[in-house]
Design a protein around this ligand. Structure first.
Ligand code: APR
Length: 260
């Protein structure tokens, strides 16, 4: 197990012309956003997130599923980016080219300063109607609007066609947005270094992205406190959390300090 940051990781990053940073729920864990395969807390612990995140679940009980997403939106809205997100935005500024690809539906990369983030699994902040994908608006999260944990909330109706509004995320069994997937695959196929952070690497097709980079000869560096199936794809496995390891990586590559 590599608990210390290997010296060559910083060198590889500094020398790379094209970098891809590929993130999962673990990058936001230290901002207080629970990962998917951690145990849920509170009342939502009664539900399996993999069973709430499907079109079938929404069809069967729209209030339950919308309530879960409203709770998550409220939680993410109150969360702040952590030093891991900030380190990634510095990598994006320093590397000649750097594409950030995330499976996360939060906006913490953007709030930390990353730009043109590719969201493979959609966004908590882009609801649309089920009938015609009309974009829908919803109220910003305010103190009183926080749904209680475990409370069903009826979804709004579309202002154009009155169909139910659903979360703008990719559910299990649904196709990824084509343009996002194509851009992510192209970036991975052309990079020199791919940094994978905080993903269990078990949800496809997103989990193929590090393997695509490895197959074209890029060096894959993984940051995760736990072993994952991506251990065998990564040339360098750093066991640690994003908010600890990524600032150390930036310091090693460019002697730059990330605000913690
Ligand atoms: N820093 C880095 N990694 C962490 C941290 C941390 N502080 N805390 C936890 N992790 C790691 C865990 O060890 C785990 O490997 O983050 C990973 C989180 O895994 P998942 O919960 O499976 O999240 P993710 O890989 O993003 O899931 C993929 O599955 O449910 C769907 O659509 C959803 O986008 C999601 C997809």
């Amino acid at each position: 197990m590599d608990s210390a940051l290997p010296r060559e990781a910083g060198q590889l990053l500094r020398d790379a012309r094209r970098v891809v940073v590929f993130t999962g729920a673990g990058i936001s864990a230290e901002s207080g956003v629970p990962t998917f395969r951690d145990d849920l807390t509170g009342l939502w612990a009664r539900f399996d997130p993999q069973r709430l995140a499907t079109a079938e679940a929404f069809h069967a009980d729209p209030d339950l599923v919308w309530g879960w997403y409203e709770w998550r939106r409220a939680r993410v809205s109150r969360a702040e980016p952590n030093a891991g997100h900030r380190a990634i935005s510095i990598i994006q500024n320093r590397a000649p080219e750097c594409t950030v690809v995330t499976q996360n539906v939060d906006d913490l990369h953007e709030r930390a300063g990353s730009h043109k983030v590719i969201h493979l699994h959609g966004s908590l902040f882009a609801p649309r109607c089920v009938a015609a994908a009309h974009p829908a608006a919803f109220a910003p999260v305010s103190g009183n609007a926080t749904p209680d944990e475990g409370r069903p909330v009826p979804p709004p109706r579309c202002a154009s066609c009155a169909a139910l509004v659903r979360p703008g995320v990719v559910w299990f069994g649904e196709a990824l947005p084509e343009a996002a997937l194509t851009a992510a695959v192209e970036a991975a196929a052309e990079c020199d270094v791919l940094l994978t952070v905080g993903t269990s690497g078990v949800v496809y097709p997103a989990a193929e992205i590090p393997g695509i980079a490895a197959r074209v000869g890029a060096t894959v560096i993984q940051v995760n406190p736990e072993p994952t199936p991506l251990d065998r794809v990564a040339a360098i496995n750093v066991r640690g959390t994003a908010a600890h390891v990524l600032p150390a990586l930036v310091a090693s590559a460019w002697q730059e300090t990330v605000e913690t």
